[in-house]
Design a protein around this ligand. Structure first.
Ligand code: 3PG
Length: 212
């Protein structure tokens, strides 16, 4: 099973974007690339998502771009058709995990409880998305399960922001954090792509502080 975390470039930050159109997706990708961030998760929450991902992959080959919010086998195949480099799900089922494994692509299945983690663990999966992180117990949860699943690492998302991202990144079982806070909805609504770049740069500087 290919490691998703090892393919992420630069800082372990994963901006999550929900483009409403291909054009919006391309502007967002450009704004993120201009900040120095290298990774993007495009979530499948609009009709434009697959086309936006495909266009971003073609125009920004220097970025590492995956697809999230995949809920079933068809979504997994559609994401691969759109040239997603990694796959992310918000939650897990037997069928979904089997589809992810069969895809051969790197992936992070969503987990929110010890039983979710065990289901994925029993299939040999050691990298997972912890979602919704804040509502599911946040950093205390991750600390509590670290001794039980000592070889599992997580990308927490859901409720992560500039104030708590470093608390998550400081944990040994956290390899990256994701979220929409790096791409503020207000800036997107105003098509203020410079403000998106600024917010991404701010996230990057927070990470630089913790890495220093
Ligand atoms: C996700 O898909 O992980 C979440 O929607 C991101 O949650 P956030 O908006 O709280 O960052």
């Amino acid at each position: 099973m290919q490691s998703t975390f090892s393919m992420l470039k630069g800082a372990p930050l994963l901006p999550i974007i929900q483009p409403k159109s291909v054009n919006e997706g391309l502007h967002l990708a450009e704004a993120i690339a201009n900040s120095g961030l290298c990774n993007i998760e495009v979530v499948k929450r609009s009709d434009a998502a697959f086309d936006a991902l495909k266009a971003i992959r073609q125009q920004f080959p220097e970025l590492v771009v995956g697809m999230g919010t995949l809920l079933n086998r068809n979504h997994v195949f559609e994401a691969l058709d759109a040239d997603a480099q990694f796959l992310i799900t918000p939650t897990s089922s037997n069928e979904l995990l089997d589809s992810l494994i069969a895809s051969g692509a790197p992936f992070l299945p969503g987990v929110a409880s010890p039983s979710d983690i065990l289901m994925a663990y029993q299939k040999g999966i050691r990298e997972m998305k912890f979602f919704p992180a804040h509502l599911s117990g946040g950093t205390p949860f991750l600390k509590a399960i670290s001794s039980v699943f000592s070889d599992v690492t997580f990308c927490p998302t859901g409720g992560i922001n500039g104030d708590n991202a470093n608390d998550y990144l400081a944990l040994a079982n956290v390899n990256a954090v994701g979220g929409t806070w790096m791409v503020p909805a207000k800036a997107i609504a105003q098509k203020d792509w410079t403000a998106v770049t600024r917010a991404c740069k701010q996230s990057l500087s927070l990470f630089d502080e913790v890495a220093a």
